[in-house]
Ligand binder design. Structure first.
Ligand code: COA
Length: 402
């Protein structure tokens, strides 16, 4: 591998739904103490997709936001569009192929989907970094998007969410250079899965928490053995966050295992990366990178030259520990105000409307159906016609009908 070439994230944008459910309302409906969700799980809101929003439409918003920052010449350098999801809309056609028809990209590129639970976004990122190391004149657009959906009235319900992240991977990146050193660990574990006939995930919650921590420990050891930096040289830590308490558990696990290397770290080392996730909920493949954006947007100090350790976990299970160093141009390359406004401008749903959107009106099994424009987003699923999904690009934001 040519380590002399610096590669990494040159642009990063996120999108989520315009509607959310406050977890106090879910606790009220479940007749339990809201402190369990707010503090025990560590989530305050969950993003809720309308029936005309799916992983393609949500992803298109983030991907188009990245393309909007690029000149036509820069767009032409995109050799590959990688779409990562575990909420696929088709067993054969990739989400990337759908995106080709929606966003302002050019057709002379390869477009495909990758899947391994929440790890898919990292699979895309690392594949993209290696592609750019081999061909530094090219760039790769990695889009990760998921809708986390569990059965109603199960313990997983409070950890739902929806969102996407799009990252442009280039040589000499403006935001963060991804180090070549990495440590991976894979094993066959039945902690979380979704059989084809199910519309929601099945999960062994306790096993998933243990597997996450064990796979993290093995991945970090692999990263160190491959020449990675010890924890005391990583100023910040970004963990995959299915719910923010899990990231706290990851931090505590590393602190117990490596007390000397972790001695100087305060909670801020990982908790700033949780601010957005706490407001959005689980976004599976996108969650780690929405965490990165949360850190870049919300850390008050200048992060230039500082190193971030990342742990990516995908149930089933694959983990990867890696690191990256923040570039001096990062603040000009991210749109902090717009990102914060995306979250502040959302609409709070009643519990009943949440149930309709999340559980009652998501009838994608029908061969023919039209969807009312409720999302307010620039991209929407307009209909399913003869089993074909029909998407619409809406130039002006639509009026909300929550
Ligand atoms: N006030 C404050 N905290 C409270 C509380 C209250 N009234 N009631 C419970 N809690 C705490 C518990 O002590 C626990 O904290 P801890 O984990 O630090 O001990 C936390 O809230 C969760 O309680 P628990 O009883 O374990 O929750 P649960 O059995 O309802 O399920 C999950 C929690 C995460 C297993 C469940 O939401 C799930 O399956 N999620 C999907 C899978 C997932 O995201 N896995 C992660 C790895 S990928």
């Amino acid at each position: 591998m040519n380590k002399a070439i610096k590669v990494g994230i040159n642009r990063i944008e996120f999108s989520t739904t315009e509607n959310y459910l406050a977890l106090e309302k879910l606790a009220e409906a479940h007749q339990i103490d809201p402190a369990k969700y707010l503090h025990g799980i560590g989530q305050s809101k969950m993003a809720v997709p309308t029936p005309d929003e799916d992983t393609i439409s949500i992803a298109a918003n983030a991907a188009q936001d990245v393309l909007n920052t690029m000149t036509p010449e820069e767009v032409k350098t995109i050799s590959t569009l990688i779409f990562a999801t575990e909420t696929g809309v088709d067993q054969s056609k990739s989400g990337a192929a759908y995106l080709m028809g929606l966003i302002d990209i050019h057709p002379n590129c390869r477009a495909f989907e990758v899947k391994q639970a929440c790890y898919g976004g990292t699979a895309g990122l690392q594949m993209a970094c290696d592609m750019v190391r081999a061909r530094p004149d090219e760039s790769v657009l990695v889009v990760a998007c998921d809708i986390a959906r569990y059965q109603q009235n199960t313990p997983g319900e409070c950890t739902q969410g929806a969102g996407a992240v799009a990252m442009l991977i280039t040589a000499n990146p403006d935001i963060i250079e991804i180090d070549a050193e990495r440590g991976c660990f894979s094993a066959d574990i039945m902690d979380f899965w979704r059989p084809n006939q199910f519309k929601h995930a099945l999960v062994d919650g306790e096993l998933s928490k243990d597997a996450y921590l064990n796979v993290m420990a093995s991945s970090y050891q692999g990263y160190l053995a491959n020449g990675g930096k010890p924890l005391d040289q990583l100023e910040w830590l970004c963990f995959h966050q299915p719910f923010t308490k899990m990231a706290k558990k990851a931090f505590e696990h590393l602190s117990a295992q490596y007390p000397e290397q972790m001695a100087d770290k305060t909670d801020a080392a990982y908790s700033i990366s949780q601010q957005y996730g706490r407001e959005i909920g689980n976004t599976y493949t996108a969650s780690l990178y929405i965490g990165l954006l949360s850190l870049l947007d919300n850390a008050e100090q200048d992060l230039t030259g500082q190193t971030i350790g990342f742990f990516s976990y995908g149930s089933g299970a694959v983990g990867e520990f890696f690191s990256g160093t923040v570039n001096k141009n990062y603040r000009n390359a991210i749109n902090t105000l717009a990102n914060q406004q995306k979250l502040a401008a959302r609409t709070a749903l009643s519990y009943d409307t949440y149930c309709q959107y999340m559980y009652q009106l998501r009838d994608y099994d029908q061969a023919n159906i039209r969807y009312n424009p409720t999302s307010g987003s620039n991209f929407r699923l307009a209909a399913i016609h003869d089993n074909k999904r029909v998407y619409e690009r809406v130039l002006e934001p639509m009026s909300k009908a929550a």
